[in-house]
Design a protein around this ligand. Structure first.
Ligand code: F0G
Length: 448
């Protein structure tokens, strides 16, 4: 069922390596339970010999597949025929050079770039993944879909589901979702189930519900979602005049993005479309820092696919014993059992990656700086700039490196956090509204 047998699914566990047709909707290897990749028979695909050949598609953007910032790169995610491809104009995002934010993190002018994925139709990077995953859902004939979410996945699922006529049920943790995101899901018509628990509880439930009821799962366990998210990297390269940056910085939650980015660069290098792979920094919030702890303290590595499962099991057993639930103001990344952990370890291996955790205060200050000097973002996205500040101070990233931070979500996703920072709590860069009597002279006195 895949486009001309160009693609297949493959288990990432080297001891298993089972392969499956793309016509199957799977979210874990049926043989061993590990994660699955979408893989390609590159010799059967006409991949352009230079990345800048993709630029020609812009002149033909009356074709919606050329307008899409995902499908414009379709040879690099060639798993279904055009007739199944879903697009609502995702991926029209901006790579902005930002010197004021560069100054905040002590980088040279002209070296820091912000990739605004909040400009997508549902206001987050998820739309890149959903255009690909819903195309696969259509290809396999799915009629009902589901996801667990900290908010953005649910908003994006709800939007794409009604666009292509699928039913959608979204699972969210009670009290754990930013208002902008909740409002989107219900407005776009998804059935929203608030589970008394956190994201990790929702993630467990949704997998069982999807298995029992045969619903199409849209979390990043779905390998086709990650194929769409690879295109964020292609567009950063495009924004740099078809050149790669030195560093990519990304927030880490369920670790789908970091996994997808590592895969994107691995494939581009394999295809000879780039000469070097950038380094990657993945940034957790300190209140949800499983990856940081496992990589930096427990020394967990990809190890050619032979990941030490005992370290992970012990870590998760300890979380359970302590009844641990993650907490951060960056609710999007409030996750303690990231489902893509192993693929992320692979990406760290591919990109010579580093992992750091930043405090909520650092996240909120960085968010205020991005708001004041750029186009703004939601809290999780600002973890990138807070993390970059750490990595600059440590000297891991040089002041003259070329760095691209992925700002994953729009500032209006979480207005409460923003208003609270500026008005109630008064952080370092607060800009509180000023109360004035209804009197012209008094008003004029207040104007600075
Ligand atoms: N930034 C934002 C704005 C997000 O919504 C998410 C994840 C992340 C970063 C983390 O990305 O999972 O690829 O590491 N949000 C998911 C959701 C979990 O349900 O909306 P990741």
């Amino acid at each position: 069922m895949s486009a001309n047998n160009t693609a297949f699914q493959k288990c990432i566990n080297p001891d298993c390596g089972a392969e499956f047709d793309c016509g199957q909707a799977l979210f874990k290897c049926p043989t061993c339970g590990e994660l699955l990749d979408a893989r390609y028979n590159w010799d059967k695909i006409e991949v352009p010999d230079k990345l800048n050949n993709f630029a020609k598609r812009w002149a033909k953007r009356s074709n919606p597949l050329n307008f899409s910032g995902v499908w414009r790169f379709r040879q690099l995610l060639n798993f279904c025929d055009d007739k199944y491809k879903v697009t609502i104009g995702e991926g029209q995002t901006i790579l902005q050079q930002n010197d004021a934010v560069a100054e905040y993190v002590d980088m040279w002018k002209g070296h820091l770039y912000l990739q605004y994925e909040g400009l997508n139709p549902s206001g987050s990077f998820k739309d890149n993944g959903m255009s690909a995953a819903f195309s696969h859902a259509k290809m396999v004939g799915a009629t009902s879909s589901a996801c667990a979410s900290t908010g953005n996945t649910s908003a994006s699922v709800a939007l794409y589901a009604h666009t292509c006529g699928l039913k959608a049920t979204v699972f969210i943790g009670s009290g754990r979702i930013a208002f902008g995101k909740l409002s989107q899901g219900i407005d776009y018509g998804a059935q929203t189930i608030q589970i008394r628990g956190d994201f990790d509880d929702c993630m467990r439930q949704v997998q069982d519900v999807c298995t029992k009821l045969g619903l199409y799962l849209l979390n990043s366990l779905n390998p086709f979602r990650l194929e769409g998210q690879k295109t964020i990297m292609y567009r950063i390269i495009e924004g740099l005049g078809w050149d790669v940056p030195d560093w990519i910085i990304v927030p880490g939650g369920n670790l789908g993005n970091s996994s997808a980015f590592g895969k994107a660069f691995y494939e581009l290098k394999q295809l000879g479309l780039i000469e070097r792979i950038p380094r990657m920094a993945i940034i957790n919030a300190t209140g949800a820092d499983t990856l940081t702890d496992l990589v930096n303290n427990k020394k967990l590595t990809w190890n050619n696919g032979k990941v030490n499962q005992e370290i992970i099991d012990n870590y998760y057993n300890d979380l359970t014993a302590r009844n641990f639930s993650p907490h951060t103001c960056a609710s999007a990344i409030e996750i303690s059992r990231p489902v893509n952990l192993k693929k992320c370890l692979r990406a760290i291996d591919i990109c010579n990656g580093v992992v750091r955790a930043v405090t909520d205060e650092e996240i909120l200050d960085a968010k205020a700086i991005i708001g004041r000097h750029g186009l703004g973002c939601e809290p999780a996205s600002a973890a990138t700039i807070a993390g970059l500040k750490h990595l600059r101070a440590e000297g891991v990233i040089e002041a003259d490196a070329r760095v691209a931070c992925v700002l994953t979500g729009h500032p209006l996703k979480d207005p409460n956090v923003t208003v609270n920072y500026h008005k109630e709590k008064q952080g370092k860069f607060s800009n509180p509204p000023v109360e004035a009597p209804n009197d012209i002279d008094e008003i004029i006195k207040l104007i600075k």
